[in-house]
Design a protein around this ligand. Sequence first.
Ligand code: IPM
Ligand code: MG
Length: 399
Amino acid sequence: MSQTEAIEKAKEHFAKLLEAQLERVDQMKSKDAWVDYNRLVPIVIGVVGGDGIGPYITKEAVRVLKYVLAREMAAGKVQLRDIPGLTIEERAAANKALPEDALEALKECHVILKGPLTTPKKGDPWPNLESANVSMRRELDLFANVRPVKVPEQGIDWIFYRENTEGEYVLGSKGFNVTDDLAVDFKVITTPGAERIVRLAFEYARKNGIKRVSAVTKANVIKTTDGKFLEVARRVAKDFPDIQFDDWFVDIMAAKLVDEKRRKDFKVIVLPNLYGDILTDEAAEFQGGVGTAGSANIGKRYAMFEAIHGSAPRMVQEGRAIYADPASMMRACVMLLRHIGFVDQASKMEMALDICGLFEKKVVITGRAGGATGAQFADYVMETLKDPGLEGRWRSFQR
Ligand code: IPM
Ligand code: MG
């Protein structure tokens, strides 16, 4: 192919992508209302076990969730539903990141609890499909990836609002090899896409009496897209004059999160997709590793709750899956409960998790034989939940 032909082909490809993105912008502008969970009976929670250690940790989290929701389930207010068809084998067989039946089943639920799903990459035995996580976030328009990280003894109490539907991700599988030597990927930031995530971050701050929101970009180098994100953030910040707004470049933010003197000052951090992906793994590490962090993917109509880590296939191969830490999935359950309005149940479960995983630690998971199993940890959490003195016990650990 001549160079002119190669460029023509790339232009055609680019034109199609732009059409789809402009359509997405239009959809975002047609304002849907937020779903009201109070009006849904029953609230249907879809459960996706996932790959690798996913089914193991999901099972333990669901055990605790059922315990916490026993009364609501018996009263028909909540229903749990398994969603099949999303394991990597099933996705590979269907040659689809999100097989249609599974997507339809997901759409019949109101919220989803999801274990980690294997994301194929070049060189894996699977077709190089798009990540199911990424497609689910896009298909269900789960635009806000909310990731809290807390280390009370170090004064760390962060909540990340990661944009979840655009940035480098939205066309991550639609890059283009213009010639054998030239590969191009695309980064997309839209005005409504940036605005809705920044607004949600500020609204969270206002609702929770938090006086600071920080935006993270690399607008000094990635001038157009990150430039837009920053410009939108500055504009939205003006609607919240009672909240301090500042912005950081992602490299120095990665450094500041390690700075023991400065990091306590960060509260709400709002950022585009890829930077959010990277900084939230870093942040979770301070809390005890990615195994301890939960993640909420929030849209107006649907919401999905998951662990922030991957499926750890090596743990399964080495026969260690039963020792995998289900705490992240349990944290995801706490966020799910709070999101659908079961605030008391969420608080109790959170206190029990803090006691078992952070403070008292009578049962310790190491990820290996010798450490506790996920099932033992779940038992410990349920024992703790049974304690009528739960709140006092939790308070005794607060300074
Ligand atoms: C996460 C994960 C995903 C992401 C992967 C599995 C596609 O790392 O949820 O942070 O990059 O968003
Ligand atoms: Mg990640």
